[in-house]
Design a binder for this molecule. Structure first.
Ligand SMILES: NC(=O)c1ccc[n+]([C@@H]2O[C@H](COP(=O)([O-])OP(=O)(O)OC[C@H]3O[C@@H](n4cnc5c(N)ncnc54)[C@H](O)[C@@H]3O)[C@@H](O)[C@H]2O)c1
Length: 358
């Protein structure tokens, strides 16, 4: 029997609650399936670890997890540690050196969940956002000099490489081709950013020639926000830069009902390094420790991990269980307007897995 080694890194705040729930659900799924198992290694890295050691993860942290089949990640961020320290010290410290350059974020309105959009009853909103995850605005290039003086200068340089842009655009075209509508929107801002974004557009046009069966269009990021709200049914697959897609995917999650539902995968498609699976949301200080975090985003993320591991049947079984549970409003957590707890939603999903006969 195949045993998948998973590095579980819950991180901070509700990350701890939703990853614990996710691990339980994955174990139930393996038990139900019987043909594979998981071996979880738990890592207590994050803001508490930082307060004890001065580091978000140990110096050899990546060494400790590079042999795992996948990384199951919660969230980082604490009210008393600067966000750039937590993000760069853990999440980005894994994503970037592990070259997880494709950040894939599916969005759709799950059964029983109401979109805030009047025109959306469900099927009109079914998107996948592909976010460039290794360079661009989050390349980390820049600096500050003359700190605290009136002449202080600070720069963040958005750095794009031809190879980095080509590989993410190609990934997005392939993904668009695999979906029924074969439709890709390339998000840009080449009217104002006249160097890197112009190269981005040129590379998109070049790569598009390899995919004559995919219909594609190009959209300025500001106009894209409007299109997502006004004409959601005109969109299928989206590719955008690190910053643009970061913002668009929170909007997408809200339009699909809640940030607590949204999943994501940080993929190294070549599998030279493990890929990392996490819900989109952060550590949510406002609800941490209350037992009311919505674990659905983490469960949906787990389906993406199963697909990546080569277990599509188990992934489909988990997705059916998730949809059965979201369809019942008595299992909606407060972010969805309900009263259910993380525990109740987790138990309901585990029961749905046990009862699934497909
Ligand atoms: N990938 C990550 O680790 C990541 C992502 C985003 C934010 N952060 C960090 O998280 C911290 C808090 O950031 P924020 O408040 O901007 O974003 P957030 O995603 O933590 O929370 C935004 C809002 O959504 C709600 N929410 C989020 N997830 C939920 C869930 N599963 N169930 C129910 N409600 C949920 C929260 O209660 C909050 O009101 C910051 O330190 C930030 O840097 C980390």
């Amino acid at each position: 029997m195949k045993t998948y080694r998973i590095a579980a890194i819950p991180g901070d705040g509700i990350g701890v609650e939703v990853i614990a729930a996710g691990v339980e659900v994955l174990q139930a799924l393996a038990g139900r399936d019987g043909s594979f198992d998981f071996a979880f290694d738990h890592f207590d890295w994050g803001s508490d670890y930082y307060k004890r050691t001065g580091l978000m993860m140990p110096d050899d942290g990546r060494e400790q997890i590079k042999g795992h089949d996948a990384i199951f990640f919660g969230a980082v961020g604490a009210p008393d540690v600067p966000d750039h320290v937590t993000l760069w010290g853990l999440r980005l410290a894994i994503c970037q050196p592990f070259d997880q350059y494709a950040n894939v974020r599916p969005t759709r309105v799950l059964p029983g969940i109401t979109s805030p959009l009047r025109s959306v009853s469900g099927p009109e909103l079914d998107w996948v956002i592909v976010r460039e995850n290794s360079e661009g605005e989050y390349a980390g290039v820049g600096g500050r000099v003359h700190k605290g003086f009136p002449e202080e200068v600070a720069t963040d340089v958005s750095m794009m490489t031809r190879s980095g842009v080509a590989r993410i655009i190609r990934y997005a075209f392939r993904l668009a081709r695999s979906r029924p509508r074969k439709l890709l929107t390339v998000v840009t801002k080449s009217n104002a950013q006249r160097h890197a974004m112009v190269m981005w557009d040129e590379i998109a046009a070049e790569v598009a020639a390899e995919f004559p069966d995919v219909t594609w269009d190009k959209m300025l990021v500001d106009a894209m926000t409007m299109r997502m709200v006004i004409k959601p049914q005109s969109i299928d697959t989206i590719v955008a830069t690190n910053l643009h897609a970061d913002i668009l995917s929170d909007l997408a999650a809200a339009l699909a009902g809640s940030l607590g539902i949204a999943p994501t995968a940080n993929l190294n498609p070549e599998r030279a390094f493990p890929s990392m699976f996490e819900p989109i949301h952060g550590s949510a200080f406002d609800i941490a420790g209350k037992g009311i975090a919505n674990p659905i985003g983490t469960f949906w993320t787990a389906t993406m991990m199963l697909d990546h591991l080569g277990e599509p049947a188990a992934s489909a079984r988990l997705m059916r269980a998730i949809e059965r549970v979201t369809a019942d409003a008595s299992f909606h957590t407060p972010d969805l307007g309900g009263k259910a707890t993380t525990r109740q939603v987790t138990d309901a999903v585990i029961a749905a897995i046990a009862g699934d006969n497909a």
